[in-house]
Ligand binder design. Structure first.
Ligand SMILES: Cc1cc2nc3c(=O)[nH]c(=O)nc-3n(C[C@H](O)[C@H](O)[C@H](O)COP(=O)(O)O)c2cc1C
Length: 210
């Protein structure tokens, strides 16, 4: 079994999403130490911002007429799609930034679709763990209910477009303790963190037995 882990935090060692992904991976590798783990960090090593447009243009251009940039971008798109296709399980750590997915994540998705072809169910039936973290809270009745434009979009791509068997691990209120305006939510934030840690631990164990 091979596992692909993709991170996207821009916050380096302070990343709450990477911390949870690390827990999933820790449990997975403890139970399945011989399995291959491939990693990619979209926040630390971003994909080139012009690659998607070049790949799309390249795919509409006869091979002999493609520019070097188009050929390179199509190669990158094929590589990214291949990483997902070849993985038996996938762990994604994608935070909420500015009420949506980061451009690092968006271009990864765009390039995978360019590399695989539209409508190709790259992850059909595969276990995929999506870890997502949010500084605030977006549940029913909160002032910003409906402002999280990341989670449903990712579910749409992973499940409805690529066919993944998705497990979602969410942690809200990660900015409690950082932003004093959120101090009144300290107890709740602690409970949400504990629940996310428990879910990550349990999910990592379960992944190793699939
Ligand atoms: C540039 C930036 C934009 C952010 N935008 C939002 C936002 O729109 N909504 C929110 O709830 N939190 C926002 N946050 C907080 C992050 O969601 C929070 O720090 C979360 O833990 C990020 O995951 P990470 O720790 O893995 O980077 C933002 C953080 C940064 C650095």
């Amino acid at each position: 079994m091979s596992l692909l882990r993709v991170d996207a935090s821009i916050q380096g060692p302070r990343s709450a999403s990477s911390e949870l992904a690390e827990l999933v991976l820790g449990e997975f590798t403890a139970a399945a130490p011989d399995e291959t783990v491939l990693t990619r960090h979209l926040g630390e090593e971003p994909l080139p911002a012009d690659a998607w447009a070049l790949a799309v243009a390249g795919s509409a251009t006869p091979e002999a007429d493609r520019t070097a940039g188009q050929t390179e971008a199509l190669g990158l798109a094929a590589t990214l799609a291949g990483e997902l296709r070849d993985a038996d399980a996938v762990v994604l750590a994608f935070p909420l930034y500015n009420f949506g997915v980061s451009q690092h994540v968006k271009i990864w998705i765009d390039l995978v679709i360019a590399g695989a072809g539209p409508g190709v169910r790259l992850l059909e039936g595969k276990p995929v763990v999506l870890v997502t973290t949010r500084g605030g809270a977006y549940g029913p009745g909160t002032p910003r209910e409906g402002w999280d434009h990341s989670t449903d979009y990712l579910r749409r791509i992973l499940v409805d477009v690529w066919g993944a068997d998705l497990t979602l691990i969410e942690r809200e209120f990660t900015l409690v303790g950082v932003n004093p305006a959120l101090d009144e939510f300290t107890e709740l934030a602690g409970q949400l963190k504990a629940a996310a840690v428990a879910a990550a631990t349990q999910t990592g164990k379960a992944l190793a037995t699939r």
